[in-house]
Design a protein around this ligand. Structure first.
Ligand SMILES: [Ca+2]
Ligand SMILES: [Ca+2]
Length: 187
């Protein structure tokens, strides 16, 4: 069953032309690496910029649809680098509905602390992509992922359990003005 994925990769490259200009800065300026910058450990399919391009996949979209990053191994993880330590107040994340995903935060990129877990039972979607927001006023608000603000530069996300078909289409991180770590406290 290689053909569908091959077609996905071909189409994915053409979709880049549809992305906002800002989403292509990483490609155009290379080493400047605009923030947020996404990196990955392990195998995956898709373009990492899809995670922070501001484009949400439709809910119930297939896990391996064009605007997602898809992977099959819980050893794979993704890290969003905010560029500096900031007060992370909320997240908006779109993932495949029937898996468990974990989001952790770090100041130094080495030591991560757990922030939230999205369980397979969370949300209202029964097939494909489900979006979750921690902010109460957001239409996709999900009580289960609410968390106290944390100081972090790096946000890591990974699947920790599920059916071996994992996906993320967006991981937006809402921050307050940057602060030094000692200034950051709880809610
Ligand atoms: Ca996206
Ligand atoms: Ca899945």
């Amino acid at each position: 069953m290689h053909s569908p994925r091959l077609i996905s990769f071909i189409l994915a490259s053409s979709v880049l032309a549809l992305l906002p200009a800002g989403a292509l800065l990483a490609q155009e300026h290379g080493s400047e690496r605009p923030f947020p910058h996404v990196s990955a450990a392990g195998e995956y399919a898709g373009d990492l910029r899809y995670m922070v391009d501001g484009i949400l996949p439709d809910e119930e979209a297939a896990w391996d649809c064009l605007l997602n990053i898809a992977w099959e191994d819980t050893a794979t993880s993704f890290v969003v680098d905010l560029g500096s330590v900031q007060r992370v107040e909320h997240v908006l994340v779109c993932v495949d509905n029937n898996d468990t995903y974990c989001i952790d935060a770090s100041i130094d990129g080495a030591e991560f602390a757990h922030v939230l877990t999205i369980e397979a039972d969370d949300g209202e979607v029964e097939f494909g992509i489900d979006c979750f927001a921690s902010e109460e006023s957001h239409p996709e608000y999900e009580t289960a992922i609410a968390f106290a603000p944390v100081g972090a530069r790096y946000i890591r996300m990974r699947a920790i359990d599920g059916d071996g078909a994992y996906a993320v289409g967006e991981l937006q991180i809402q921050t307050a003005l940057r602060q030094s770590p000692h200034e950051i406290s709880g809610p």
